[in-house]
Write a protein that binds this ligand. Sequence first.
Ligand code: SF4
Ligand code: FES
Length: 233
Amino acid sequence: MILQVALDAGLEIPHYCYHPGLSIVASCRICLVEVWAPNPRADNKLEPIPKLLPACQTPAGDGQVVYTDSPKAIANQRAVMEYLLINHPVDCPVCDQAGECYLQDYAYQFGRGVSRFHEQKLKQPKKDLGPNVLLYADRCIMCTRCVRFCREVTGTGEMLIEGRGSHNQIDIFPGMALDNELSANVIDLCPVGALLDKDFLFQQRVWFLTSTPSIDGITCSGDNIAVALAWAG
Ligand code: SF4
Ligand code: FES
């Protein structure tokens, strides 16, 4: 796909719902790009495809020219960021994800810089999903990475999307808990601060953490891992 080719080549195209380990849903729409492709019916003359295409779901092809920063692509990126932030609480000062959040990064790189929304924001609840994970639903951008992870990777399928339109919410099926062996991975998969680690909640700002190479001492795998250390200075 165009997005993966670009990422492999070190080129940034903003993306939320795409993850190389999960199925492609092309739902967040921030990765839309302008594509020019050879037209076989016109002597392979390079012609623009009239509408923007999702880079995450469009195969890369020979002779294609892809614009990620054309006026149309930039207008879309700004519009998507504006929509995503309409109901977002913008509570970065108390959010564990601040400093490593793709909403912050993309708002800075691709957003409008100001909000035109003056109406009342929709308030979504906080939910206890299981022994490791909390959901702050009003920070969720509905990328569905967490839902797809539980269906496609762990195969446990505890998570779902309920409601419609702006009332969409991530939830778990009644009577279930997010308690599979890999459940805490959804915290890392979540590109924003919606899924939170109960252990790490309000413990430290991420810019005070350092990382050091280590060996997994919890399981008997002996894997090489990176350990995050809190700055005590
Ligand atoms: S909770 Fe996070 S990973 Fe799940 S849909 Fe919302 S933003 Fe995506
Ligand atoms: S990353 Fe392509 S639509 Fe979400």
